[in-house]
Design a protein around this ligand. Structure first.
Ligand code: ZN
Length: 453
């Protein structure tokens, strides 16, 4: 036996030891679903008794990112759901009008119908507005599916159905793709809907429903409203910022849940997630477009600018146009009191964790490809955030959620094994670095004369 073979045996023995440690580590963890069952309100998917039969879903086309990210463009996606004309299913219903709304000029004139194979492959050239209905439905569906898998829920319920007695039909969220001419997109609990507007600037019309980011962001508001209903009425401070932060993070997570998008990010950034601008900016192209429109509008009649947001009960929840970016250096000390600056501190914090986890977990030579690793790390961080939120008080602040995420590391590691000690260290260190507890808090006035001490 040569020295090389001996080294191989020794290395193999180490690997077996590692594997043994990993298995033992896994056995200590409890499943995330256990937490859900303990709360009683949610239904867990119990063990399967027979294989899933084929076929049960539909193929659709969708914009995989923003239409302006032409490198990515439109791709065909399979949705494993029984989708009815609309598109519509038990959770989501695309509509052409919402009773009680005043918007006119819907661009789509008829709902989308499946072809003979049950697919919704609308031709974007032949009927771009029908394409919009399918695309928007698909992004909402993909986003909700991501969270349903994370939470292991068989029976998803929106906010308005949370107290629905068993056996009663649920009310799907309505999705209005061409809600009218305005630089806005909203989640409205009272009307049980998502609305996406469009805007014409210098004879060119932009449709918010065509941005994966923006549709996913609004869906994130609706998801959080089902998980933490009391946050909806908060529009100030950290609780108010949480809705926007969760919505922004949803857009990034929904993107990272798609393996081809992970491959694209890896190829474009060479694994430097700090360079993944189109991932970390929200509706970036449309934001620029809206900014131009808003400036023109403000110039013309002094109207305030608008953006992507949720409507609160009074319809006063407005956001200034312009882009947010979770790849930022804001801390609780340096951010202002505005809800979107406070939001950026938290999204920046969660993005820091993703960047650190990815750097720690990467092993493209002996482990998994970088794209798979990114996809997995995003899932881990997302589940930590969900559990941190789920197991915190009804109106939590950033620090409480961060501590919840730290505790949740033990829980998620059953389905996603990882370096528990290192994960906890990263979550805690980044919490300190970002000074989460100070975001939005009252601060002492800084001395005007910086030369004085
Ligand atoms: Zn929003």
């Amino acid at each position: 036996m040569g020295a090389g073979a001996s080294a191989d045996i020794s290395r193999n023995a180490e690997l077996v030891d590692d594997l043994d440690r990993l298995v033992k580590k896994q056995q200590r963890f409890v499943n995330v679903a256990f937490n859900q069952r303990q709360r009683g309100a949610l239904v867990h998917v119990e063990g399967r008794t027979e294989p899933l039969t084929l076929p049960s879903g539909s193929a659709v086309y969708l914009w995989k990112q923003d239409p302006s990210v032409t490198r990515v463009g439109i791709r065909k996606v399979y949705l494993p759901h029984k989708i009815r004309p609309g598109p519509r299913d038990d959770n989501i219903e695309v509509v052409l009008e919402i009773p009680g709304t005043t918007e006119k000029d819907h661009k789509a004139t008829a709902l989308a119908n499946p072809d003979a194979l049950g697919d919704f492959l609308a031709d974007i050239e032949g009927d771009p507005f029908c394409f919009d209905l399918v695309h928007t439905y698909a992004v909402v569906r993909l986003t909700v599916d991501m969270y349903i898998r994370d939470l292991q829920l068989l029976d998803w319920k929106w906010n308005w159905d949370l107290n629905l007695p068993p056996g009663q039909p649920k009310t799907p969220i309505k999705v209005l793709c061409h809600a009218g001419e305005k630089a806005n997109a909203t989640y409205h609990r009272g009307k049980k809907c998502l609305k996406f507007y469009y805007l014409t600037v210098e004879s060119k019309t932009g449709y918010l429903c065509r941005s994966f980011d923006i549709v996913s962001h609004e869906t994130g508001h609706a998801v959080l409203d089902a998980l933490k209903p009391q946050l909806y009425s908060h529009t100030q401070g950290q609780p108010g910022a949480l809705h926007e932060a969760f919505a922004d993070l949803t857009a990034a997570f929904a993107c990272l849940e798609q393996l081809d998008m992970c491959e694209d990010i890896i190829a474009e950034t060479k694994c430097d997630l700090r360079k993944a601008d189109w991932l970390t900016s929200i509706g970036e192209q449309f934001a620029q477009y809206m900014q131009a429109a808003a400036e023109a509008e403000a110039k013309a009649n002094g109207q305030p600018t608008a953006g992507v947001h949720r409507d609160d009960a009074a319809g006063e929840h407005q956001e200034t146009g312009g882009m947010r970016n979770m790849n930022n250096a804001l801390t609780g000390e340096t951010c202002g009191k505005g809800i979107y600056e406070i939001c950026n501190v938290f999204t920046g914090y969660v993005y820091d964790i993703l960047v650190d986890f990815f750097a720690w977990e990467r092993d493209p030579y002996l482990g998994e490809s970088d794209a798979h690793c990114l996809n997995r790390c995003a899932r881990i961080v997302r589940k930590l955030l969900l559990l941190g939120l789920f197991n915190s008080s009804e109106v939590p602040d950033f620090t409480e959620i961060s501590h919840g995420m730290e505790k949740a590391v033990d829980v998620i590691a059953k389905s996603d094994p990882g370096d528990i000690k290192m994960y906890k260290q990263i979550i805690a260190k980044r919490r300190e670095d970002r000074k989460l507890s100070l975001a939005g808090a009252e601060k002492r006035e800084k001395p005007v004369d910086l030369g004085a001490w």
